[in-house]
Design a protein around this ligand. Structure first.
Ligand code: ADP
Length: 507
């Protein structure tokens, strides 16, 4: 009946899962940022720094080259200087350029096609290309010096100086570009580090906060357990007053509701038990009183008869009074008989009986009493009715009650029909009359003890009859007769051993 609810266990589990996931992702993220920082530091050490240094050296070397060129025409021993220049061109500059290239390759190892790399490479190639002619010009210069061709040497030197200055500007430009690039990277790293720090701190704080909230939430979820326990303890010590149901929509709410309905059921059962005990005591007392009253009643009836004999027939008034007393005494003794048979009814003593014959006997016994009031009485027996295990005396008593009720309902005359039929495993005895029937509003209470609509009725007949039939494993029911009047149906079970075949062989 309840909507499916999230259980206490799964709610607590869920809250811890949330905390764990948050904590895990915070940790994973911090590990990742740390690794990134380490990789960047590594790159700075093995990539950017050597790159910056080697470009710096390129600039410095070109500076020296230019200074040396200024003195080349005035040097005392040109062949010595020629060696320096040629070494610088053949080994010094290419080596530095190679260093710059390999440093660049390391820096851009992860992204060889980065635009920054391509720009720097292009610039490097341009400057390298600028200095490509130097080798020839230097040879021509020293040749001119060897020939003592001063004018041509000056010309060639100036050409070299001009070109050297351009190359130096190129390298300087390259250096600036690389420095700017490295600065940019360092700045970005710093910004990233600061962001990471901030995020980590807020991540940690929020994880802590959520953990705290989840702990409080779990506490609130299981809090009702204490209330239920408290209620259980109170009930155990005898407090059966209704308690409040905990309104949470989980097992605890369900537990509480079940517990309260259990407490209510226990309370009701206890009240019913007390009432039953009281009733039983009253019943016992009443049976006792009835028993005490019955004996004097019969002697009173006897004495009334004797008194009647003593009176002269002329004393009509006294005789009328006597007869009235007699009727009341008779009614009282009938009531006490019926009451006692109800209160002190013994368990039925079963014996095999021909049900058809039993019904016939009862009807014949009642015939005089019924027909005397001008009521017709007929019997219809289906042939081949089985023998049944019944208590003949009790069953007869039930039938008498039904017949007597029918006769009493037909105070203005009428007809009573008794039918006995068999359907499969049931023998039904039907007592029918065409009297006024039972009003709709009364049907429900018909079998209640002490329910009667008659002035001198006891209200015990139908109740007692039903008890007898039920003790036989059968049922007694009322049905309005289709053409008006009442019909009481008394059903008796046929044991399965007496099936149809048994009946047929008998008939
Ligand atoms: P009592 O006969 O003493 O009243 P019963 O238990 O036998 O007690 O019957 C209860 C009531 O059922 C009767 O008072 C009467 O109103 C109703 N009743 C029983 N049998 C019939 C019947 N055949 N026709 C109409 N009413 C009936």
């Amino acid at each position: 009946a309840m909507k499916r609810v999230r259980s206490v266990a799964s709610r607590i589990l869920l809250s811890y899962a949330v905390v764990l996931v948050l904590f895990g992702s915070a940790s994973a993220w911090s590990v990742w940022t740390f690794r990134t920082a380490v990789r960047e530091a590594e790159l700075l050490r093995s990539g950017y720094l050597p790159l910056a240094l080697s470009v710096r050296e390129l600039v410095a070397n070109q500076d020296t080259w230019n200074t040396q060129l200024n003195h080349v025409t005035t040097a005392g021993n040109p062949s010595d200087i020629r060696v320096w220049f040629e070494t610088a061109l053949a080994i010094g500059r290419p080596k530095k350029l190679a260093e710059v290239r390999s440093a660049l390759a390391r820096v851009f190892a992860d992204e060889p096609n980065a635009p920054a790399r391509r720009e720097i490479m292009a610039e490097l190639e341009r400057v390298t290309h600028l200095g490509a002619e130097d080798q020839t010009t230097v040879s021509q210069l020293f040749d001119a010096l060897a020939r003592d061709d001063g004018a041509r040497a000056l010309l060639l030197r100036d050409e070299l100086v001009r070109r050297g200055l351009r190359v130096q500007r190129g390298f300087f430009h390259l250096e600036q570009r690389i420095t700017a690039y490295v600065d940019g990277i360092v700045d970005a790293a710093r910004v990233r580090e600061r962001t990471a720090q901030g995020l980590l701190v807020s991540f940690g704080l929020s994880t802590l906060l959520i953990g705290l909230l989840m702990a409080l939430y779990s506490r609130r979820v299981v809090a009702p357990v204490a209330l239920v326990t408290q209620r259980a303890r109170a009930v155990a010590s005898g407090d059966l007053r209704p308690g409040e149901v905990i309104s949470s929509r989980d097992e605890l709410g369900e537990l509480s509701a079940t517990f309260e309905s259990m407490v209510q059921a226990i309370g009701e059962a206890r009240e019913r038990l007390l009432a039953a005990e009281r009733l039983a005591a009253i019943g016992k007392m009443a049976a006792h009183v009835t028993h005490e009253v019955r004996n004097p009643l019969s002697s009173m009836a006897l004495n009334l008869d004797l008194l009647g004999d003593e009176l002269a027939p002329s004393q009509t008034e006294a005789l009328t009074l006597l007869r009235a007393i007699g009727r009341e005494v008779q009614r009282l003794s009938a009531l006490s008989d019926q009451y006692l048979s109800m209160a002190g009814r013994k368990a039925p003593e079963f014996e095999a009986c021909d049900v058809g014959e039993l019904v016939r006997g009862s009807v014949e016994f009642m015939r005089r009493e019924v027909e005397r009031t001008g009521v017709g009485l007929s019997l219809e027996l289906e042939p081949g009715l089985p023998w049944l295990e019944v208590d003949p005396n009790q069953l007869r008593q039930a039938l008498f009650n039904l017949l007597r009720n029918a006769r009493e309902a037909l105070s203005d005359g009428g007809r009573v029909v008794v039918k006995v039929t068999r359907r499969d495993d049931t023998v039904s005895i039907e007592v029918e009359d065409d009297g006024p029937g039972v009003p709709e509003s009364v049907i429900e209470r018909l079998f209640d003890p002490f329910f009667t609509t008659k002035e001198h009725g006891t209200g015990l007949g139908l109740g007692l009859s039903r008890e007898i039939v039920v003790a036989h494993g059968g049922a007694l029911e009322y049905r309005p007769r289709p053409g008006g009047g009442s019909s009481f149906l008394l059903h008796l079970p046929v044991p399965s051993a007496l099936g149809r075949s048994g009946l047929e062989s008998e008939s």
